[in-house]
Design a protein around this ligand. Structure first.
Ligand code: PEP
Length: 253
């Protein structure tokens, strides 16, 4: 049985004050949940990680970063290493979010280095994969997701792979209000699990959690989570409203 894992990606939103308030409200909303029932994390902007992290301390809500650089230290202006994120209390790091792939221009090769660096630095990476609308229309979803999975996870041992969560996020559903149907999500999640079995083994494929992301809201979370291979949710917009995010967490248990 895979434990549900719900993560909130705050993207480039909040300020110091509202980040702390949001973190506090999420902690309080999740306080009555049985600790073994679900894993919960929030990923504030880098500059508010410490402030938000303080508000999460001794709670069941973990801290995650929205990105991580692959080098350990040195002349990499503006970048943040896994060791730095670990040092300030991060547990997770998102790698290869579609906005980093398609707005910032990150490649599969760069993302693969980030996944390796996150694990070596003691973080748990959330590797995002997903197709663009034109790729779905051209029936290229499987091809794109297979490439992103193979390149993004290249060189990982089975042991290292156990630290990874996969997030399937169809790009056409992110921040657009369009959600994949539970059946569309399940089809790609099943493909991803089969790929994991092929690339690693059946045991690993059975253990790795695959989140769905793309306009998840309190009113569609439960039916997505009911699908066999949907083990969690990566939530953008709705994670900025504590009540909505907590309702999504609660509908997953
Ligand atoms: C995301 O940022 O990963 C995301 C899925 O955003 P949204 O929920 O707003 O579509």
């Amino acid at each position: 049985m895979r434990k549900p894992f719900i993560a909130g990606n705050w993207k480039m939103n909040t300020d110091g004050h509202s980040a702390v308030k949001l973190a506090e409200s999420i902690v309080s909303g999740c306080s009555d949940l049985d600790s073994g029932s679900v894993d919960v994390a929030v990923c504030p902007p880098f500059v508010y990680l410490q402030q938000a992290g303080k508000a999460l301390s001794s709670s069941r809500v973990a801290l995650g970063a929205q990105d991580v650089y692959f080098e350990q230290k040195g002349a990499f202006t503006g970048e943040i290493s896994a060791a730095m994120l670990k040092d300030i209390g991060c547990t997770y790091a998102i790698c290869g979010h579609s906005e980093r792939r398609h707005v910032i221009g990150e490649t599969d090769e760069l993302i693969n280095k980030k996944v390796h660096a996150a694990i070596s630095g003691g973080l748990l990476p959330i590797l995002c994969v997903g197709e663009l609308l034109e790729e779905r229309k051209a029936s290229k979803t499987a091809e794109v997701v297979t490439r992103q999975m193979k390149k993004g996870l290249a060189g990982l041992s089975k042991e290292k792979m156990s630290a990874v969560t996969i997030a399937y996020e169809p790009v056409w559903a992110i921040g657009t209000g369009l959600t994949a149907t539970p059946e569309q999500a399940q089809d790609v999640h099943a493909l991803i699990r089969n790929l994991l079995a092929e690339m690693f083994d059946r045991k690993i494929a059975g253990e790795i959690r695959i989140q769905y992301g793309g306009s998840v809201k309190p009113d569609n979370a439960r039916e997505l989570m009911q699908k066999e291979d949907v083990d969690g949710l990566l939530v953008g917009g709705a994670s900025l409203k504590a009540d909505d995010f907590v309702a999504i967490v609660k509908s997953s248990v």
